[in-house]
Ligand binder design. Sequence first.
Ligand SMILES: Nc1ncnc2c1ncn2[C@@H]1O[C@H](COP(=O)(O)OP(=O)(O)OP(=O)(O)O)[C@@H](O)[C@H]1O
Ligand SMILES: [Mg+2]
Length: 361
Amino acid sequence: MKIIETKNLTKKFTPSLCSKCWRTLQGLFRAPSLKLWSVSDKNKTFLDKGAGFTAVDNISFQVEEGEIFGFLGPNGAGKTTTISMLCTLLKPSSGEAYVNGYNVVSEEAKVRQSIGIIFQDPSLDERLTAWENLKFHSLIYGIRKELIGARAQEVLNLIGLSEWRNEIVRKFSGGMKRRLEIARGLLHYPKVLFLDEPTLGLDPQTRRHIWDYIHELREKKKITIFLTTHYLDEAENCDRIAVIDFGQIIALDTPQGLRKLLPEDAIFLKTVNDEKAKIEIEEKYKVTVNFNNGGIFFSIKNGEEFIPELLKNLSLTVKSVNLKRPTLDDIFLKLTGREIREEKIKKDDWFRGILRSHSRR
Ligand SMILES: Nc1ncnc2c1ncn2[C@@H]1O[C@H](COP(=O)(O)OP(=O)(O)OP(=O)(O)O)[C@@H](O)[C@H]1O
Ligand SMILES: [Mg+2]
């Protein structure tokens, strides 16, 4: 069964700056002497035409019941905007989306009752205890009073925070806060849990723990999980991944399927004479061999099976051999011509901030 379905979903943000603000902004960006920051091409178009900014551009996809579905993309790709539309927090500019069979525009209330959401930005009340946060949320969700205690205890057990129930949240570590937010999102037994960058800024060990909880949730609660991330290694945990860039889905497949986009493995080799090894390998296997870090490397299909053959046939003694499988990093690079890096988009953050605070829903 399809739990989430979108058809040509699009979100365009329209600016509502007053004309004076607008002229000042345009002037600032155009002044040659004021090169305060760089503006991406898309934002430039936006400035020139005042035409609005398409954050999510015609995306169509389906998520099956029980799937862990990942949205992978760099900063500003449109991940949060997509989640916000699916969770009814933003209205799509065009296209359609259904969650649990409900239309996100015409059946808002039903969608909200059937989903849990963990926002990208922290949203707990740090002055309350874990228990109070859960209780408050239960009341907002209209959970019957006599059920609240049992539900809160159940979700705390699930994410391993029961001994902390009466502690003030301010004392929690980043990972514990995130777990509590996940617990809170589960209180009303949602069928789909939306997690926007659940592990952003957490250390690798805590990130692994959060992932353990996510997998456990799927097993125990048979819940569908839709999450966003820009950690490529994490995306490997998903059943399927949609790679999103500039608001468009540029690939959608299982991690294994995506890896097939780069079918070749890289083999790194150190021998007693790398110059000779290069010539010999190029002649025998018709591949291009390059020098790298005091050794040589080349790309080949089925590297694992190739290595024993290479070692048997090469006339030179091999000092070390390493096999490198293509990672999602390499695949993202192949798909977009860029690496997932935060720096570039960070420069536009100031501009994004202004747009956010002056845009209509
Ligand atoms: N309310 C808004 N008004 C105007 N532009 C917005 C608004 N919200 C988001 N945007 C723009 O839409 C684009 C997509 O933003 P979004 O927050 O969806 O990206 P993201 O993929 O979640 O990025 P991040 O990894 O930084 O969270 C960005 O360029 C952003 O500046
Ligand atoms: Mg985001």
